[in-house]
Write a protein that binds this ligand. Structure first.
Ligand code: GMT
Length: 373
């Protein structure tokens, strides 16, 4: 198939999923056209069957805000016609699905251009629920030819918050278990915790510093903080205030977390909300058990006490106790590490990518299987 993919090409999870999906689809023989405002992270444009079309947004003094959504729609329509795309697949509802709808209407006289919208989380739980974006988010979902959500939790939220009654297909996040794998001999000598996120408030990165401080009262441990965003500065300040600054390394944005994860022992994911938790899945594939929060879609990934732990949001003592249990009990650690890897295999790209291919075929044929979830 010839597929146009649009995403936020940043370090957010939706951009990563979109990019990895495109790469996996290209490996399976599809022609993939990324239509984005920058080259997506993790994308090597020299990969066979991967094409990249930059969306340029011209600004004029009259515009207070450059109309990115319109420039994107124009580019989508142009690429669709020029490369005879079969469909568009947009990640994150706003504004991508509205741009796709415009592109579909622009190309309608010449070709059918259905589009699939994948909902990732904050596009529904934060942005979409914001009063100013609510009507357009609801409209964009209703107008999409196909909708996927990354967890049952997010499907239910979308139905409840927006009153959507049509079919939403759940296709979870995935991981390539050949790329993300354990490498015990590479583990750091000092017990090492890792947190990976875009350092937004919803990720609660400051809790990681508090957990570190609590764990260090019992044993030496180091924390790697990978990623960047608005909460990084406050997290660095807190590390100084709590006297643990020399035991935390802020790594900034990382392009190869698959190299970093196998060196570490436990992942911290203290998010306020997580529709799926891609970072936890990638850690689990590397045999790194997550200590995460009992929220959103995380229970669909992590079975607390088997392949990781789930604790209440903000309960630092509970998170620290789980980290200590993992680091101090070798047998517990080994069994959880192995269980985590086994769980990740259920979300292997080899299992999940065919679900997207199947869905594309249904959408292109005109009717998604009724009620299939
Ligand atoms: O985590 C973020 O805030 C970024 C966000 C995104 O859309 O880029 O991530 C969401 O999508 C990821 C990939 O599908 C999911 O694994 C994350 O759980 C989800 N984040 C939230 O729901 C907060």
């Amino acid at each position: 198939m010839r597929i146009g993919i649009t995403c936020y090409p940043t370090y957010g999870g939706s951009g990563i999923v979109a990019t990895e999906l495109g790469l996996e689809l290209a490996q399976r023989g599809h022609e993939i056209h990324f239509i984005t405002n920058a080259n997506p992270i993790r994308l090597d444009p020299d990969t066979p069957r991967i094409h990249y079309h930059e969306v340029e947004v011209s600004n004029y003094p009259l515009f207070q805000y450059a109309p990115y959504g319109l420039a994107l729609a124009s580019r989508m329509a142009e690429v669709a016609e020029c490369y005879e795309l079969d469909l568009l697949h947009v990640h994150y509802a706003i504004p991508h699905s509205i741009s796709a709808l415009l592109a579909k209407q622009m190309t309608a006289p010449k070709r059918r251009l259905p589009f699939v919208t994948t909902l990732h989380g904050t596009d529904i739980t934060l942005v979409g629920s914001d009063r100013s974006y609510f009507p357009i988010t609801k409209f964009s979902i209703e107008q999409s030819d196909g909708i996927t959500a990354i967890s049952q939790y997010l499907r239910r939220q979308t139905e409840e918050v927006f009153g959507i009654t049509r079919d939403i297909r759940v296709i979870p996040n995935f991981v390539n278990c050949r790329t993300y794998r354990p490498a015990p001999e590479r583990r750091r000598a000092e017990p090492t915790l890792i947190h990976i996120s875009n350092f937004r408030a919803v990720k609660r990165p400051l809790d990681c510093i508090r957990i570190l401080e609590a764990v260090r009262r019992a044993m030496p441990v180091h924390l790697l903080m990978a990623g960047d965003g608005p909460e990084r500065g406050p997290a660095e300040m807190l590390a100084h205030e709590l006297g643990v600054a020399s035991h935390v390394t802020f790594l900034g944005k990382q392009d190869h977390v698959e190299r970093l994860l196998p060196e570490t022992h436990v992942m911290l994911l203290p998010s306020e909300l997580e529709s799926f938790g891609l970072a936890a899945l990638e850690a689990m594939a590397c045999g790194v058990p997550p200590v995460a929060t009992q929220t959103g879609g995380l229970p669909e990934l992590i079975t607390s006490g088997e392949d990781g732990f789930l604790e209440p949001v903000g309960d630092i003592a509970a998170h620290a106790a789980r980290v200590l249990a993992l680091l101090q009990d070798q047998d517990l650690y080994q069994s959880m590490s192995q269980a985590a890897r086994l769980t990740a295999a259920r979300f292997d790209s080899e299992r999940i990518i065919p679900q997207y291919e199947q869905y594309y075929q249904e959408i292109c044929a005109g009717v998604p299987a009724a009620g299939a979830r």
